[in-house]
Design a protein around this ligand. Sequence first.
Ligand code: 3UK
Length: 549
Amino acid sequence: MTHTAHVDTYARDRLPPAAQWPDLVFDLPELQYPPRLNAAAELLDRQVECGHADRPALWQLVDGVPTCATYAQLQYRVNQIARVLVEDLGLVPGERVLLRGPNNPMMAACWLAVVKAGLIAVATMPLLRARDLAPIIARARPRIALCDVALWQDLATCTNPNGEFYCDSLERICYFNDGEFGSLDMMLREKPGDFRAVDTAADDIALIAFTSGTTGVPKGTMHFHRDVVAMCDCFPQSILKVRPDEIFCGTPPLAFTFGLGGMLAFPLRYGASTVLTEKATPDSLLATIAAFRATTCFTAPTFYRQMAALAKKHDIGSLRKCVSAGEALPDATRQLFKKATGIELIDGIGATEMIHIFISHTPETVRRGATGYAIPGYQARVVDDAGNPCPPGVIGRLAVKGPTGCRYMDDPRQADYVKNGWNLTGDAYLMDADGYFFYQARTDDMIVTAGYNVAGPEVEACLLAHPDVAECGVVGAPDAERGQIVKAYVVLKPGRKGDAAMVRALQDYVKAGIAPYKYPRAIEFMAALPRTETGKLQRFRLRQAAAGD
Ligand code: 3UK
């Protein structure tokens, strides 16, 4: 390790022991980084220095009018915030700063300022409640929070010493997008617009991203300045091939590393620009694409499925590249979207532990039903329970390594995620003879019915191709005779009736499409499926529902 810039070593002291680290591989010319590196300086100052000062960086709607901040303007604002953090709030390198806000320019500027000042960004998903925030704050122990005033309530609850969710580390919340006295906006008004990036080591921690885990205590994944830059130099470089004239848009929150990359770091790294929108529906995302002439979109599979149905209402002729991640992309959704827009979706699997995407494909190298191949910079394989590679065509656990990898903050689960230097993502996959990876299920989501293994997503993919199905989720329901049976929760398209005849029609459809023993013996119709803020189906909720029957 090189000499750290961190004065406060709380996070650094909680890195996993060296023996539990994943192997790190830097086998591309673009991944040879110097020992000193500040990610915010790389993303921002570097662009200003190389002549992009007056190019647009961030876009937003102001009173209905598309308005941009240039790279120079963004840099000025970031420097002012960094000065507030250091000069007024007395923060020293290595301290954690809690960040809370919807995707908007101030939230983005705060993230960059924290990193530029050598502090550690701990961003939280907007929809988290006090109950969810408290364990995150207790782990990361920030003294200061920067919070969009629109989300003041849940964080304020965490500062009540008599409340259930009290977090004793939190000394002060500075609100932004707020003109009130004492707000961050007021504090930075008199600040000069220059600030020298703290000279961090490439392997100083820049952010702690908490997993959107559905059960148990959230895990904090620690990523270095180098990791932020490396994620920009892998997927966006070899798969997305970002050009400076691109305009990005999409839905993932900046607190989700999928969004941190797609909505902020990737466009900045390539001198491109990004549209930040606070709330998006499939319809409003299409409207955003039309209003800003956006070229590049990042969102989850379920959004693309709904956008396909609405696409013809909007002029989205500017759109070129669409990235789908967060959960498996069913082929039916890929085909629907392509039919509606002419665009071949780019699927990619990433993980909070890996910071971003490591298996993907270009529109030209797509293979139906596959997530793609290990992208340049990463290695991937399928292993059995003992960690030995499986032959092509055999289902096993996905194992990956590359320039980034899992470092949980002081957590025994590190030993479950990293084995023999490989990161085990918890996904069941098979690889074909050409190195394409086919998603099966989360390892713990496999359904075992009468001794047969059934992957819920395969049944879902089949059902989604039925013309009456809008959305569906397939899980195992406990069954006395078979151990488990395959149960489908189905959201029908508007106007369809969920009756016995529909149940039979869907069952017959699956029997005709895939191996008949995989058909859902039980089908229940729902108005909507339970999903996380990041667009993931909450299978555990469906399993709970199935177990309660
Ligand atoms: C699942 C996928 C099939 C898979 C993420 C892109 O989703 C992200 O991070 P999370 O930590 O979840 C990781 C898990 O989600 N998954 C994600 N993408 C796909 N399964 N096909 C996909 N394309 O189970 C994985 O282990 O929330 C995605 C970039 C950054 C991210 N953090």
